[in-house]
Write a protein that binds this ligand. Sequence first.
Ligand code: HEC
Ligand code: HEC
Ligand code: HEC
Ligand code: HEC
Ligand code: HEC
Length: 215
Amino acid sequence: MGQIFPPSWNRLPIVAAIAGTLGPTLAIAGVWYYFSPWYTDVGYRPVQPVPYSHRLHVGELGLDCRYCHASVEISNVANVPPTQTCMNCHQTVKRDSALLAPIRDSAQSGRPMHWIRVHNLPDYAYFTHRVHVTAGIGCVTCHGRIDEMEIVTQMTPLSMSWCLDCHRNPAPYRRPVSEITNMRWTPPRDIQALTALLDRERPVNPPTDCSGCHR
Ligand code: HEC
Ligand code: HEC
Ligand code: HEC
Ligand code: HEC
Ligand code: HEC
């Protein structure tokens, strides 16, 4: 066995002094890390196997989110579209584009595309799209202006405090369900009247107790 304690251990008072100044620094660094965009993944934008552009397909061509993310209103997860959805158009549009080669391969082989996941909660937190969108929370509130994105980027922290900020007072975030995919919807001047109407038509009661989200 070699030495168990390094020789410097003999200078314990110095170690203690260093720890004394280092401790608070580390604590501050910890706090910074916790609240920084890095920790919360805001700004995460992985490069995808095909440079699919929401700006082009949604912003310019005007496709509705549900054309591709068809399960968002009926399921916990918003599906990423199968290759066939792309082929509906790209069978003919840009059918020889090199950028679309992985899509054609996938269509031919039947092997699904491996899109890289952008937003991802830890398994111990429960989330469902269906409940949120049918309660009149629009995609833009949680995902930002997807219709302007060349590459999908995470815009909100998806942290527990972010969830709870809305759950404690959801009224200002609600909109008519007909507008959930509208990226340009702005609240009417008389937001009070709208809020009252929405509350009457579809009262909501988001969970703030631990077991609501940690099931
Ligand atoms: C023509 C199909 C299509 C349409 C229309 C479309 N999307 Fe997507 N969406 C995709 C594909 C493919 C991906 C996966 C590749 C990527 O992230 O760019 C994706 C990814 C996403 C992601 C990231 C998923 C993750 O991994 O976390 C979000 C959020 C999203 N879309 C929201 C929207 C919203 C909001 C709209 C409407 C404003 C919309 N999409 C319209 C095809 C589409
Ligand atoms: C409703 C029709 C439609 C659907 C569905 C559609 N696209 Fe497109 N896509 C277009 C059009 C139109 C263009 C632009 C063609 C042009 O620039 O002339 C385009 C362009 C592209 C380009 C750029 C190609 C290049 O060479 O410039 C890529 C990449 C692409 N789409 C990927 C996808 C993927 C991936 C999907 C499925 C998730 C998809 N598209 C679904 C209509 C569609
Ligand atoms: C209340 C906030 C919120 C709203 C509203 C919302 N999303 Fe999401 N979205 C999330 C969260 C959180 C995740 C990550 C879920 C996970 O990891 O379990 C996510 C993930 C996704 C994904 C990746 C696949 C998945 O389900 O994990 C897609 C695609 C997506 N959202 C599309 C949409 C579309 C389209 C809309 C509007 C119709 C929408 N979202 C509305 C918060 C939201
Ligand atoms: C912008 C507002 C908003 C944000 C952000 C938000 N929620 Fe919600 N959430 C709601 C509303 C409104 C409801 C209530 C729906 C109802 O009562 O019908 C709800 C309901 C829920 C429910 C109850 C589902 C059920 O089956 O009854 C869960 C779980 C939940 N949210 C989890 C989350 C998590 C986790 C996050 C963060 C990742 C989050 N929410 C972010 C507004 C929001
Ligand atoms: C509205 C939904 C919601 C409620 C209510 C909620 N949590 Fe969370 N919680 C989350 C989400 C989402 C995460 C994951 C955050 C992340 O990945 O940054 C999380 C993370 C956590 C973590 C891990 C913390 C960490 O820093 O990694 C703990 C511990 C926790 N929650 C405990 C609780 C307790 C205790 C309560 C009740 C007082 C509670 N949660 C209520 C949504 C919720």
